[in-house]
Design a protein around this ligand. Structure first.
Ligand SMILES: [Zn+2]
Length: 189
């Protein structure tokens, strides 16, 4: 099926959903909504089209640097796979190189690729960690995600504005001291 055919089919289904929800799909404001949503959903799930390990491999350099590399406050927007509602927040990533480093923008790009898929925050955290570990083979990597989930906030299940924090790590970050160094560095503004 061509991309255009897929988009048209998705739009048709959204039109049917709107009708079943009791909407008049012919009123002015909704006329182009199914097409717009189809296009928007394609963009929001475009991360399936990219191999995040290739993103890192495309900018890998040999360096003798053996200290912590930190990229903090990476904004991300993803969608929870249980409700198809957004969750969004910040990613903080640290790794200690083992002869290989990557471009800093590539770390942010990896977060973007995984976020533009249907996700749960826990899995996204682990996928980013594994991607960096598998590609750069560092001494250790640690990923922290802090996010707000609209499926909780809009549906009133939990306290408004509550933040969910997840973290995962490998190698030298198994030592509490190393994790504390990272956490204290991301807390400094
Ligand atoms: Zn959800």
């Amino acid at each position: 099926m061509s991309q255009a055919d897929k988009d048209a089919t998705i739009a048709r289904h959204y039109s049917e959903i709107l009708r079943l929800l009791g909407e008049d799909v012919h009123r002015e404001g909704l006329q182009k909504t199914p097409e717009r949503v189809a296009e928007s959903m394609r963009f929001l799930t475009s991360g399936y089209q990219t191999d995040p390990e290739d993103v890192l491999r495309s900018a890998m350099f040999t360096e003798d640097y053996r200290q912590m590399v930190i990229v903090k406050d990476i904004d991300f927007y993803s969608m929870c796979e249980h409700h198809l509602l957004p969750f969004f927040g910040k990613a903080h990533i640290a790794y200690i190189p083992n002869k290989k480093i990557t471009g800093l923008s590539k770390i942010a790009r990896v977060v973007e690729v995984f976020s533009r898929r249907l996700q749960v925050q826990e899995r996204m955290t682990t996928q980013i960690k594994e991607c960096i570990q598998n590609t750069l083979n560092p001494m250790g990597v640690m990923v922290i995600l802090e996010a707000q989930h609209l499926c909780m906030q809009m549906r009133g299940i939990q306290k408004q504005h509550s933040t969910t924090t997840t973290s995962d790590f490998t190698g030298v970050f198994e030592q509490a001291k190393t994790r504390e160094e990272f956490i204290s560095l991301i807390r400094t503004k």
